[in-house]
Design a protein around this ligand. Structure first.
Ligand code: LLP
Length: 389
């Protein structure tokens, strides 16, 4: 976040707390992701769950990405925003009958199927609607994503993906049913993955699975490698845009495509995390002799990640000078929960009542995970072009 932006936000006098979205940074991030994917013929579906803000979604849709959805309402939202049905995927371990019907009715690109029973239910509704459902089987490859336990999805202990012992049954159902069209395989092993070696491991595992399915006589046309690319929460200014080039080249190098299979991705965080910040005002500063608490007007109701995953988000004074003496503060919210904390022992220049703080990298899984617990007020938003209005 550059100084002119900080100065504008500082003097805007907008009511806090609010999410600020830097739509210019978003645009630059999207353009780079698109360029790197297009160069290799890769297809990217944006994972709506990361951020469904209207203006953010509009930009993503306009850039030509597809949509990765995990609920019937996300499918409807994607359609409403103009994402073509032919670019919408629908994943999730617990798709309801109603949600399956919505997806069938709109003839989306593919269901990412996570159990043998789910496949039968999709077949049932596809027959009833006289449709053909395109199916990718989500394989749990047992590859360690080396990330937080709560956002690890590709290990045997996780609920996600088709269990290995259900695969034969799923293959049988696919063969027997003319309302199902098998198109390929889907993998998603976790989120906020920063060790890129993990993606190499995933590609190598995917090669084995593809070969296995082909040996069964099933043609694999699509390899969907999910999302998961992590961002730098520690230094958002040094790394405002992730290295999409490096990420995509790993798959280009290690993912075999003997029949020129299509390669798809479902990126969420890496597209939107850095363009969002939560701006909050200091209500009180108190000192209990051992700790100094900075109590701000945003809480876990606006940004849940620190409370839920002990996630680190960089916290800064909106306007500070490098010469300031640094103090250590616990930056906490007003919610009646001890987990309502944004950071312990955060180093900041001296903080006073009325100061504005900015919690960085809040564009992914921030706004979407907000709640009105404690009957909190509705979220507020500021964008580059509304700072001054
Ligand atoms: N595809 C599937 C099937 C997913 O489950 C997810 C994320 C994605 C794609 C997008 O992953 P990304 O590129 O954003 O890593 N609330 C957590 C993150 C949960 C991720 C859930 N699945 C957080 O705040 O860290």
């Amino acid at each position: 976040m550059d100084n002119s932006l900080r100065a504008k936000l500082f003097s805007s006098g907008k009511q806090t707390p609010y999410y600020f979205y830097d739509l210019e940074l978003l645009q630059n991030t999207l353009s780079l992701a698109k360029e790197q994917a297009d160069k290799r013929g890769f297809h990217v579906h944006y994972a709506l769950k990361a951020n469904c803000n209207e203006r953010v979604l509009t930009k993503i849709q306009q850039e030509g990405f597809g949509a990765d959805c995990v609920s019937g309402n996300e499918v409807l939202k994607a359609l409403d925003k103009g994402f073509p049905a032919s670019k919408i995927t629908f994943a999730g371990v617990g798709k309801s009958d109603h949600e399956i019907q919505i997806a069938l009715k709109n003839n989306i690109f593919a269901f990412n199927v996570e159990s043998a029973q789910e496949l039968e239910v999709i077949a049932h509704w596809a027959k009833a609607a006289n449709r053909i459902a395109r199916i990718s089987l989500r394989i749990n490859p047992n590859v360690d994503a080396k990330t937080h336990k709560y956002i690890t999805t590709g290990l045997d202990d996780n609920k996600f993906g088709l269990p290995a012992i259900e695969i034969d049954k799923a293959v049988e159902t696919l063969r027997a049913n003319k309302h199902l069209e098998f198109i390929g395989l889907h993998f998603h092993i976790g989120s906020q993955i920063t060790d890129l070696e993990v993606f190499k491991n995933l590609a190598l595992k995917a090669n084995q699975w593809r070969a296995w399915f082909e040996e069964q006589g099933l043609e694999v046309k699509v390899l969907n490698m999910g999302g998961g690319l992590g961002v730098s929460y520690e230094d958002p200014d040094l790394n405002p845009i992730v290295d999409f080039q490096e990420y995509f080249s790993i798959f280009d190098k290690y993912l075999e495509r003997p029949n020129r299979q299509e390669v798809h991705f479902e990126l969420g965080r890496s597209m939107v995390a850095q363009c969002g910040s939560l701006v909050t005002k200091v209500l009180y500063v108190k000192d209990n002799g051992t700790r100094k608490f900075v109590i701000v007007d945003a809480g876990m109701t606006e940004l849940l990640r620190p409370a839920l995953y002990q996630a680190f988000h960089k916290i800064e004074k909106l306007q500070s000078s490098t010469e300031e003496t640094q103090f250590k503060y616990d930056v906490v919210g007003p919610i009646c929960e001890s987990s309502d904390s944004f950071g312990e022992q955060v180093e900041l220049g001296e903080v006073e009542r009325g100061d504005l703080l900015v919690i960085r990298s809040a564009g992914a899984y921030g706004e979407v995970m907000a709640s009105n617990y404690n009957l909190r007020e509705e979220l507020r938003f500021v964008y580059n072009d509304t700072i001054e209005s």
